[in-house]
Design a protein around this ligand. Structure first.
Ligand code: HEM
Length: 379
């Protein structure tokens, strides 16, 4: 099988989030003073970053393209995540399956057809360029790399056209909503705690200054930003239950005997709120990570937002960078408040518990620019 980790490495040397992010910051600037739904901006940003890396170009603009519109695309992903986390009665009671009592199968078929239409268009375009350029063809994105691998007759396990489409869909699905969801949760927590905003704004002013945007290279000098991201991941892990594991031998973990062949689910949501592991676990306190060596790389079992081991998230480095830099720039470029009439005490922190844990109610905010006007204009 083609290791997805290699593909990500092949396509991620240059994370194209700088320009795309400034575009989003510019759009937010245009909306300053008005109530905006933050997630709309974040999803578009991440979708553009990932589609640029995986598919080679943004593909999705506000207006319709030959393949799909931005609105359709967002609907497809919401539907994909919801249906992936849904409990289909027919899976547990197979003889009822044909009735599709909850209507999930009908919905799955519809979303699958729409995805397929889009992915066919992408593959046709990429194959077209390969044919046109012949010998001089150079792979520019992950689809090109996948097509090259698939055309190798000596590949141990062949990946056909369906395999390529599944890969692409996995990468885009894994890479888009996760980062947007995390930044939206971070902003929600910060809006509830103005003292955190004051502290991070001080760090950003001191390290970056008001004359420019935050870059990827700044992050290692911004420990409080890093701590905010870790604290958000502790309380709101994207995947509350990691991908299921199957024990290959009898084992004993934390006093529990796990016989061979057991399906094991790791509940990182509960681990992140376990009072035996964390002081005041329900409280958002980024400071807890300032003098701590706990990291998110899958080695510290009390904090596993990207999972651990062989099935750990292959996009963790990219995901982490995108979250850190976009959050830092949002905090650096704007002051934030809740819409008139809304109070931080009443801001709902309810989540939808499924395959992922998005906010139940999208965060609505009002932003005001903090940096010199020309920086937003350049964006
Ligand atoms: C905030 C960002 C992200 C978070 C929190 C996140 C989280 C996760 C988690 C928890 C898993 C399951 C790991 C396990 O069970 O041990 C996973 C798997 C996966 N992630 Fe991510 N992810 C993020 C970003 C990304 C990005 C940017 C990509 C791709 C471009 C990606 C692609 C994938 C794929 C393909 C898998 C399945 C891996 C496998 O089953 O072998 N993720 N992710």
């Amino acid at each position: 099988m083609v290791p997805v980790r290699c593909l990500l490495a092949a396509g991620t040397q240059d994370v194209p989030h700088g320009t795309l992010q400034r575009q989003t910051l510019g759009e937010l600037h245009e909306a300053s003073g008005r109530v905006v739904v933050l997630k709309d901006y974040l999803s578009t940003l991440n979708l553009n970053v990932i589609t640029r890396m995986v598919l080679g170009k943004k593909y999705l603009h506000k207006e319709a393209t030959a393949a799909t519109t931005l609105e359709e695309w967002k609907w497809m992903f919401d539907e994909l995540f919801l249906l992936n986390g849904a409990l289909n009665i027919g899976d547990s009671i197979p003889w009822l399956d044909w009735m599709d009592l909850q209507g999930y199968i009908k919905r799955m078929k519809k979303v699958s057809k729409m995805f397929d239409g889009f992915l066919e268009h992408v593959l046709d375009e990429h194959n077209g360029r390969r044919l046109l350029e012949g010998e001089s063809f150079v792979a520019k994105d992950m689809v090109d790399v996948l097509l090259e691998i698939a055309s190798d007759p000596n590949l141990e396990v062949q990946i056909g056209r369906d395999g390529i489409k599944a890969f692409i869909q996995d990468l885009i699905a894994g890479g888009t909503e996760s980062s947007a969801m995390m930044v939206e949760w971070a902003m929600s927590e910060i809006l509830k705690k103005p003292e955190v905003f004051a502290k991070v704004a001080e760090e950003l002013d001191r390290v970056v200054g008001r004359g420019r945007w935050v870059t990827e290279q700044d992050i290692r000098s911004l420990p409080y930003v890093e701590a905010i991201v870790k604290e958000t991941m502790r309380l709101h892990p994207n995947a509350p239950l990691l991908a299921p594991r199957l024990s290959r031998e009898d084992a004993s973990v934390g006093g529990y005997n796990i016989p061979v062949g057991t399906r094991v689910l790791v509940n990182v949501w509960s681990i992140g709120r376990d009072p035996a592991l964390w002081d005041a676990p329900e409280e958002f306190m980024p400071e807890r990570f300032l003098d701590s060596k706990i990291d998110v790389k899958g080695q510290d079992f009390e904090l596993l937002p990207f999972g651990s081991g062989r099935r750990m998230c292959p996009g963790y480095s990219l995901g982490l960078k995108v979250i850190q830099v976009s959050l830092a720039n949002l905090l650096h470029g704007f002051s934030w408040r809740l819409p008139d009439g809304a109070s931080k005490e009443e801001l709902s922190m309810e989540e939808i518990f499924g395959l992922s844990t998005p906010r139940k109610f999208p965060l609505e905010v009002v932003v005001h620019p903090k940096l010199p006007a020309h920086l937003y204009a350049e964006a």
